[in-house]
Design a protein around this ligand. Structure first.
Ligand SMILES: [Zn+2]
Ligand SMILES: [Zn+2]
Length: 293
């Protein structure tokens, strides 16, 4: 018997930065698709998905205008909690039964992300019970930028730890959910991709080869045996978090490592280890969990 720690990350050092959740005048955004694309390009993004409410903006219509890789997106919005449809080819019917919507997204070849769980005055846009019942989604938004100026909490790592603590294997995404220029470049995903093509970026996202960030840069996440090591450019503190949000270690350094307990039962009880990397000004990066089995 032995315990293994499985990380989604590769040793490959190439990272690409992008946002998968942005609105335009096609739904309730203030700027046209052209303006939104130009804004992200100017800021040095590598990929972008426009994801209007129940409306599809075909990436092919705009790919000629930008060096960024455009990815198809829709925010499935009417009739229930919002679901990001990534790698969309067309709009799926926003039916009240969200499992039916997720199944339709998957049938189309896309993947689903449950959006801004802690939005609204009751901090419960996406009820936890529904998240726990739904199946077949790739992850949840653990940070949603526009909620900084709306009711509720932009941060939703609490929801993530509850799902991970049940044994669910879902990834944490960070997005702007930009509706106007002030919402841009609040939160993003940095993907370990083989190349700049949409196919490679989407594969990396599905496999969890990315981290979510509001400003801290991660250089490397490595697993060797039962040790996970995180190297960043600019974190001042790194925390390793396990089952149901328990902080296992805190290190005040841009690089840190955590080794599972030698006792196998104790190690297994942690279920997963993920890192939160805190930098200046409240910035943070969240790595995906390494799972213990
Ligand atoms: Zn939404
Ligand atoms: Zn949105």
């Amino acid at each position: 018997m032995s315990v293994t720690l499985t990380s989604p990350y590769l040793d490959s050092p190439s990272w690409l930065r992008g946002n998968l959740h942005a609105h335009t005048t096609v739904s309730d955004g203030a700027c046209s698709p052209e303006e939104v694309i130009a804004d992200y390009e100017r800021r040095g993004y590598d990929f972008l998905a426009i994801s209007d409410h129940d409306k599809f903006v075909p990436p092919a219509d705009y790919q000629g205008q930008t060096k960024m890789t455009l990815i198809g997106g829709v925010e499935t919005s009417a009739n229930g909690p919002h679901i990001l449809h990534v790698d969309a080819q067309e709009v799926v019917e926003p039916v009240r039964d969200r499992q039916v919507a997720i199944d339709a997204i998957q049938r189309q070849g896309g993947f689903a992300v449950l959006n801004h769980p802690n939005w609204q005055a009751h901090f419960d846009h996406f009820p936890q019970g529904m998240m726990e019942r739904l199946e077949g989604y790739a992850g949840i938004e653990i940070y949603n930028g526009v909620i900084e100026r709306l009711d509720g909490s932009a941060l939703a790592t609490d929801r993530w730890d509850r799902l991970l603590g049940m044994g669910r294997r879902v990834w944490g995404f960070a997005h702007d959910d930009s509706h106007r220029p002030g919402d841009v470049e609040l939160a993003w995903n940095v993907v370990q991709s083989e190349d700049r093509g949409a196919g490679a970026i989407l594969l990396a996202l599905r496999q969890g080869r990315f981290y979510a960030s509001t400003g801290v840069t991660v250089r490397k996440v490595g697993v060797k045996g039962t040790t996970i090591r995180v190297e960043t450019e600019d974190a001042q503190r790194i925390r390793f978090i396990s089952r149901l949000g328990i902080i296992q270690a805190t290190v005040d350094s841009p690089e840190a490592a955590f080794t599972l307990p030698e006792d196998e039962d104790a190690a297994r009880k942690l279920l997963y280890v993920r890192a939160e990397c805190y930098g200046a000004g409240g910035r943070c990066a969240w790595t995906q969990p390494a799972f213990i089995s």
